[in-house]
Ligand binder design. Structure first.
Ligand SMILES: [Fe+2]
Length: 219
C-alpha cells in the first residue's frame, strides 16, 4: 500500500493527552539530547536496552531487548496508554521517542529511512501532544510542499517520504514510534488503517538532496 499519511483514531481523549504531555514536561531536562541532523531535542521513552540518548553504532537502540528508559519509567500514564492503545497493533513494538521543536524553529527536510528503503514499508507513528499540527509537509515530485490538515493529532506517515516541519507559533512536542516497527500488517493494524479518518498519498520527488539523508545511516 502506497500511503503517505493516514490520520487514525485510537480513542485517546484530550484529558489523556494532557496527562501524557504533563508527564513529559516534568521529565528532568538532562534526560533529553539534541539531534543535530533533524535539529530538535529528543527524549527516549522505550528503547533497545532501555537506554537514553541518541542512536549509536556500538549499541543501536533499535536492536536488542527493549525496555523503558529512566525517562519512560517516570511517565506512568504514558506507559499505560502505550500498552493499552498503541502497542497492541504493533508487530514488533517500535522504539518510542519524544521530539521537541521550539516555537519559531522548523526541522531540516529529511528521510526517516535510507534511500534504498524509499517506497518500502516504512510507517511511522506520530501523536502530537502540543503545538501546530499543520506545519508538517511532504515534498512532491514538483518539489512543492504538501501540508497535512491541522485537525488530526494522531497519524501514521511514510518515513521514507522526504518531509519536514515549518516553524510553528508554539513549541511542538510529538510522541514518535518507528523501527523496528515499520507498519507490518496484522489484524489489529489492518483495522486501524481501515478505520482511518483521513488518508492521502503524495507523489515522490524524482531526485534526492544529499542533505536529506541521515548521516547515521551512512556510517
Ligand atoms: Fe521525520
Amino acid at each position: 500500500m502506497d500511503l503517505t499519511f493516514a490520520a487514525i483514531d485510537l480513542g485517546i481523549s484530550d484529558l489523556e493527552k494532557q496527562k501524557i504531555l504533563n508527564e513529559i514536561l516534568n521529565v528532568p531536562s538532562d534526560y533529553w539530547h539534541f539531534n543535530e541532523f533533524r535539529g530538535c531535542h529528543m527524549l527516549g521513552i522505550y528503547n533497545g536496552g532501555g537506554k537514553l540518548g541518541g542512536r549509536d553504532i556500538a549499541g543501536n537502540t533499535a536492536k536488542g531487548e527493549f525496555d523503558y528508559t529512566p525517562a519512560g519509567k517516570l511517565c506512568h500514564y504514558t506507559r499505560l496508554t502505550l500498552q493499552n492503545k498503541i502497542f497492541p497493533f504493533m508487530d514488533p513494538i517500535g522504539r518510542v521517542t519524544i521530539l521537541r521543536t521550539k516555537a519559531n524553529a522548523g526541522l531540516s527536510v529529511h528521510l526517516d529511512s535510507t534511500l534504498e528503503e524509499v517506497g518500502t514499508l516504512q510507517h511511522k507513528f506520530r501523536f502530537v501532544l502540543n503545538g501546530n499540527i499543520d506545519k508538517l509537509y511532504f515534498i512532491d515530485k514538483n518539489r512543492n510542499k504538501v501540508f497535512v490538515p491541522d485537525c488530526y493529532d494522531t497519524y501514521i506517515m511514510d518515513g521514507s517520504h522526504a518531509h519536514s516541519l515549518d516553524p510553528g507559533t508554539e513549541e511542538k512536542i510529538t510522541l514518535c514510534i518507528g523501527a523496528p516497527w515499520k507498519g507490518k500488517s496484522n489484524v489489529n493494524y489492518d483495522k486501524v488503517l481501515e478505520n482511518a479518518l483521513y488518508k492521502f498519498t503524495v507523489s515522490r520527488p524524482e531526485t534526492y538532496e544529499p542533505e536529506w539523508l541521515d548521516p547515521f545511516f551512512k556510517k
